[in-house]
Design a protein around this ligand. Structure first.
Ligand code: ATP
Length: 240
C-alpha cells in the first residue's frame, strides 16, 4: 500500500549557467510507490535527479523529503536523510572488487549491519555473490547496474533514485533489473523514483508516472493510464 508524501518537488527551476534545464517542475512521490519519470533525451530528467541531491541546486522552488526542506542542504546531509541513488552511467568503482564497492555504499554507522545488508543484496542479485572478489570494471553492463543498485541499498535508503537503470542493457537483463526493483518494492516496501527512456518498461513497473518535455512535466497519471494514453503512445511507445 502507498502512503503519505515522501518527496515533494514544487516549482523547481534549475539552470546550468544561463541554460534553463528545469522550468517549474512539480513531482510527488508517496511512501511505498514506484514513480517513473519518462521523457526524451535532454528533457531534464537527470537534472531533476541531481537537483534532488543539491548539485546543481534549484534556483527557485522547494524540495521536501520526509518533512524536511532539503532545497538548500549540502549533498552529504541530503544523503544522510537516507536518499540513495544509482546515478546515470552507474558510477561503480572499476578497480575495486564487488565487495569493496558495496562497502563504499555503507556509511560508518551502517557497518554494524554490513553482513546482513550484503546478504540481502546477494539474495536480490545472486550474480554479484558469484563475482564477489571480481573488480567492478570487469563486470558486464547488467552486473554493473546490479552493483550500482546494490551499493545504493547498502545505505538502507527510504527513497531509492535510479537514473536510467536499463540504459544499454539487453532485454533479458533489463527484465532482471526491473524484476529486482519490483521485488524490492513489494517485499521491503522500498519507495523508488526512477528516470527512464525505456518508457514501456518503466510505466509497466510504476505505480505512477510523469512525462517530462523541455524541462516541464506535461502529463502525469498511473502507469496504466499513461501506457494507454494516445499521446504517450505516439511519442514514446510506438516505433521506439
Ligand atoms: P538524457 O537522457 O540525455 O540524460 P535528460 O532528460 O536526463 O536526458 P538532462 O541531462 O537533464 O536531460 O539535460 C537537460 C538539459 O540541460 C539539456 O538541454 C542539456 O543539454 C542541459 N545540460 C545538462 N547537463 C548540462 C551541463 N552540465 N551544462 C550545461 N547544460 C547541461
Amino acid at each position: 500500500m502507498t502512503g503519505k508524501t515522501l518527496l515533494d518537488i514544487r516549482g523547481v527551476h534549475t539552470f546550468y549557467g544561463n541554460i534553463q534545464a528545469l522550468n517549474g517542475v512539480d513531482v510527488t512521490v508517496n511512501d511505498g510507490e514506484i514513480v517513473a519519470l519518462i521523457g526524451a533525451n535532454g528533457a531534464g530528467k537527470s537534472t531533476l535527479m541531481m537537483t534532488i541531491f543539491g548539485a546543481p541546486r534549484a534556483r527557485s522552488g522547494k524540495i521536501v523529503f520526509a518533512g524536511t526542506d532539503i532545497t538548500q542542504l549540502p549533498t552529504h546531509e541530503i544523503a544522510r536523510l537516507r536518499i540513495a541513488q544509482s546515478p546515470e552511467g552507474r558510477r561503480i568503482f572499476p578497480r575495486m572488487t564487488v565487495l569493496e564497492n558495496l562497502q563504499m555504499g555503507a556509511s560508518l554507522d551502517k557497518m554494524k549491519h554490513f553482513d546482513e545488508d550484503v546478504e540481502k543484496v546477494f539474495v536480490l542479485f545472486p550474480r554479484l555473490k558469484e563475482r564477489i572478489d571480481q573488480r567492478g570494471g570487469t563486470l558486464s553492463g547488467g552486473e554493473q547496474q546490479m552493483l550500482s543498485i546494490g551499493r545504493a541499498l547498502m545505505a538502507r535508503p527510504k527513497l531509492l533514485l535510479l537514473d536510467e537503470p536499463s540504459l544499454g542493457l539487453a532485454p533479458l537483463v533489463v527484465k532482471q533489473i526491473f524484476d529486482a526493483i519490483r521485488e524490492l518494492n513489494r517485499t521491503q516496501g522500498l519507495t523508488v523514483f526512477l528516470v527512464e527512456q525505456n518508457a514501456f518498461g518503466a510505466l509497466k513497473l510504476a505505480t505512477r508516472g510523469y512525462v517530462m518535455v523541455n524541462g516541464n512535466v506535461t502529463m502525469s497519471g498511473t502507469g496504466k493510464q499513461l501506457l494507454a494514453d494516445p499521446d504517450v503512445r505516439a511519442a514514446y511507445l510506438e516505433g521506439g
